[in-house]
Design a protein around this ligand. Sequence first.
Ligand SMILES: NC(=O)c1ccc[n+]([C@@H]2O[C@H](COP(=O)([O-])OP(=O)(O)OC[C@H]3O[C@@H](n4cnc5c(N)ncnc54)[C@H](OP(=O)(O)O)[C@@H]3O)[C@@H](O)[C@H]2O)c1
Length: 397
Amino acid sequence: MAGHTENEIVINAPMGLVWDMTNDVESWPTLFSEYGAAEILERDGATVRFRLSLHPDETGTVWSWVSERTPDPETRTVRSRRVETGVFEYMNLFWEYEQVDGGVRMRWTQDFTMKQSAPIDDEGMTARLNRNTGIQMARIKRIVEEAAERAAGGVRFDHQGRRVLVTGGTRGIGRGIVLAFARAGANVVTCHRSDGPAVDSLVKELSETPGDHKVVKADIGNEADIERLIGECRAHLGGIDVVVNNAGSISHVPFDKLDADEWRRVLDVNLTGTFLVVQKALPILTPGASIINIGSKVASVGIPLRSHYTASKAGLVGLTRSLCKELGPKGYRVNIVAPGPVETEEEVTPEVRERYERLTAVGRLGVPGDIAGPVLFLASDLAAFMTGETINVDGGI
Ligand SMILES: NC(=O)c1ccc[n+]([C@@H]2O[C@H](COP(=O)([O-])OP(=O)(O)OC[C@H]3O[C@@H](n4cnc5c(N)ncnc54)[C@H](OP(=O)(O)O)[C@@H]3O)[C@@H](O)[C@H]2O)c1
């Protein structure tokens, strides 16, 4: 029996905007999470012929095919078919848009049969397409509704369906960021170095939070581990919309006692780790992606015994400025959130607490949620015109 799918979603936005955005094939790598590129090959009247490419798979192979579609704005329908059918005998698609209560109902119908030689049969492909269509429609809904909100002069703060990588997320600030994204509707991959109760409790907490989340053991001071971590993001998320470089190392060493090994260890995680994570994530970053590096307020003021740490965090400023210029044309934004003193699981002595209560304008130490807020803001479209920036989040110290 031939394969057949029908899926629909209501998008709360004007018909013209839903129609224009979803029929702008060149923007599909932003709209859909699965496409790495969309190249227009030919236009003939209303008909457009184009090549769609998926993100590279785990072997680095990029699968692509040619399709053709003819939108009809009079009837608000689109007829489409695969020209290069690949594993399909044929694949025909029909899109309908209808004004309903609450917005525009977008309905996709797919009719196909698989080739005998295909690794999956009609039934298997039907299940796969239904699953993926739901994911893509939810993402498209968010993107179009955000655009509608912006066009109306409003703001919207939503991470529904965003795919987020946070390094070092089992404890402290990273854990706060992971949970804030997950609760805001994102799918999150995070990593840690050591095993223990913090890992187990995060896995449990994430399993009780909607979305697809994964906790991976990977050391950001190790290039092979970073490679594996990005591979997990590719397999689990299919692509990345947000990268938060949070994993960090610190030690307290007088400058005359600081040996080169300790200098390298701290720079390897804080600076080289950030460089490698961003570079290896590039092939699966979605246009419009937001990269957020966790710096430190002390990088700009200095502090005794932490010259290696402040050097690494100040290095992030140069990296961020240059990447914002180099990656901006691809639609990526790169910013820094620079925390002041934030209380994590580590014990704070009464003297230290008292000192920071005196030093901060708000009279207290920060908590992980204080840092997660600005990170979620930078990851959202509310910050669409912000890049290369450092936001100090230090309670007015
Ligand atoms: N807390 C503050 O006051 C403060 C102030 C300014 C800036 N920051 C910056 O904020 C970030 C988070 O700091 P935090 O205080 O929350 O740290 P934390 O409490 O020590 O937590 C660090 C988290 O990162 C993970 N991690 C550390 N090194 C890693 C590595 N090499 N590879 C993978 N994961 C690693 C840890 O996992 P494991 O348990 O497995 O090691 C843990 O989940 C750091 O970049 C830090 O420099 C913190």
